[in-house]
Design a protein around this ligand. Structure first.
Ligand code: ADP
Length: 377
């Protein structure tokens, strides 16, 4: 069996074509496990989830290790350098920026999740996207709620199909007010998505991040499936820079639900930006409010997690009707109480975001990518 040093030495042959140094010197070899049965597991840390040269690394790392005597198998996996590690790498290389791939021009990534289904997470995502757009932001929505996707319908894009452009990148569909939307629903039929699990899902989500031409965005909102399944875990690994917004209902005072959300946040290891309490009372046309689903759940969860309560969205007819009608209520019924609460929530979210400009990637030639999703063209 090769020793740790021998494998490390072999990996010095793997050069990052953009940074033009080997991955050992660059500190990108995160984990190396040499098993007694001759299998070597190696994790390489990339500068970004959307690293366009991942395939190059996959092949070169595999070949470098596989050539060593005694090695019978090589598992190459990837993760992403933390912002501190990137900072250190920039310092080491004397560069202001690192190549950042497909999400290079996305300033804020917000994952919207919930402990359980039916709390209005998808409606809140769509309407927050609309409210951020109304505040002059460029917004994209990635529908990662694979088994219950609803963003196509919310933006009137049901039945739409994603296409590849001349650069072999996937074009998001463009909804009202220029909101860019990508959903599994644009690639496969509902029955097909239902059977997706594990590796296939991981690959699809990775493609949504790497091969979609999101362009310049102020916010990319990601509608997560409820709870912490494969999808949420995959995304939190691929997007360590993302922030997490938890949608809950007022009756979440039931300690177990609050605890589940807190555990979910801890498990995903993403920074929690704040809580949105949805279905916070029913407001009649006369302005009377009835706390149908109880009170206090959002605040309680916010206090427990020590994060801001970003907004409390009342139950209204308009929110439901307009979400189902293909135009978010924030756009179609701006005077509605829920719409106004969502606009206020979006303002809170904006106030949390750093105002400094992101490091821009150096211009690079777009590279063709292999697409395994059945894109219809
Ligand atoms: P989730 O994504 O959490 O499963 P949805 O966004 O699909 O939840 O919402 C579930 C249902 O509740 C939908 O019919 C939606 O229109 C409705 N709904 C969500 N929030 C509100 C609200 N504040 N007022 C009225 N109806 C709402």
């Amino acid at each position: 069996m090769p020793t740790n040093d021998q494998v490390t030495d072999a990996l010095r042959a793997v050069i990052d074509p953009e940074l033009r140094q080997d991955i050992v010197t660059l500190g990108m070899v995160r984990k190396l496990d040499i098993h007694a049965n001759g299998v070597v597991d190696v994790t390489v840390s990339l500068t970004t989830a959307g690293c366009p040269i991942r395939d190059h690394f996959q092949t070169s790392v595999y070949n470098a290790i596989n050539a060593l005597d005694g090695v019978v198998g090589v598992n190459v996996s990837f993760d992403v350098l933390s912002s501190d590690e990137k900072q250190a790498l920039r310092g080491k290389l004397g560069r202001k920026s690192l190549p950042e791939g497909a999400l290079a021009e996305v300033k804020n990534i917000i994952c919207v999740g919930s402990g359980k289904g039916g709390v209005g997470k998808s409606s809140v995502t769509a309407n927050l996207a609309a409210a951020l757009t109304a505040a002059g932001k460029q917004v994209g929505v990635m529908d990662a709620d694979v088994w219950g996707y609803s963003q196509p319908r919310m933006f009137g894009l049901g039945g739409g199909r994603a296409r590849a452009n001349e650069r072999r990148k996937i074009e998001p569909l463009v909804g009202p007010e220029g909101i860019k939307v990508v959903s599994i629903g644009f690639f496969v039929n509902e029955e097909q998505a239902v059977v997706w699990r594990g590796a296939m899902l991981h690959k699809a989500l990775q493609q949504f991040l790497e091969d979609v031409e999101w362009g310049a965005l102020d916010y990319l909102l990601i509608d997560l499936p409820p709870g912490t399944g494969d999808v949420s875990m995959t995304l939190s690994q691929l997007l360590p820079q993302a922030k997490f917004v938890i949608v809950t209902t007022p009756q979440a005072v039931a300690q177990s639900v609050a605890r589940r959300s807190a555990e979910m946040a801890a498990k995903l290891e993403l920074e929690v930006a704040g809580i949105v309490e949805n279905m916070a009372g029913f407001t009649t046309p006369d302005g009377d409010s009835y706390p149908i689903f109880g009170e206090g759940g959002g605040r309680m969860l916010a206090e427990e997690l020590e994060v801001p309560l970003l907004g409390q969205i009342p139950l209204t007819m308009a929110l439901r009707q307009h979400s189902d009608g293909g135009l978010p209520a924030v756009i179609s019924a701006p005077e509605d109480a829920a719409s106004q609460a969502l606009v206020a929530t979006a303002k809170q979210l904006i106030s949390l975001s750093p105002v400094d400009l992101p490091m821009m990637a150096e211009p690079e030639e777009p590279k063709p990518v292999g697409m395994s999703l059945p894109v219809i063209s």
